[in-house]
Design a protein around this ligand. Sequence first.
Ligand code: ZN
Length: 138
Amino acid sequence: MKVYTKYLTINTKKRIDFVNITKQVKEAIYESKIKEGIALVNSMHITSSVFINDNEQGLLNDFRRWLEKLAPTNEKIYEHNLTGEDNAYAHLWRTIMGREVVIAISNGKPDFGPWESIFYGEFDGQRNKKILIKIIGE
Ligand code: ZN
C-alpha cells in the first residue's frame, strides 16, 4: 500500500468565500501515482469546511444565504465572542458544512458522480489556512 500526503495553503481575499479545489485534488491524486484507493481531503481549521456539491454560482450564493439565516454573522449574539473573538458564526458554519470529504480513486482518477466538485468553504479568511490531502491505495 502506498501513502501520499499533500498540504494546500489558501488565503482568500474575502473573509467568507467558496473556492473550488477539485483541480488541486486531481493533481494530488496524479502525483501520488495511486490507481485504486481513497483520498481524504480535510480543512485543518475550525472555521472552514471541505464539502462536495454542484459547481454553480447561484447554489454557492444560496449556501451563503442559508448559513447566514441559520447562524447570522452578527457578532453581538454569541457567547463565544465574549472571549474577544468575533467568529462564532464561522465555527457554527464549519460544523454544518463539514470538516472533510473522502473520495474513491478508480483507475488513477477521482470516481465522482456527474456533478460533484470539491469546495473549500472559508468562513473566517484573509489569512493562511491549510487543507490536508491524504491518499492511500495502490
Ligand atoms: Zn473562535
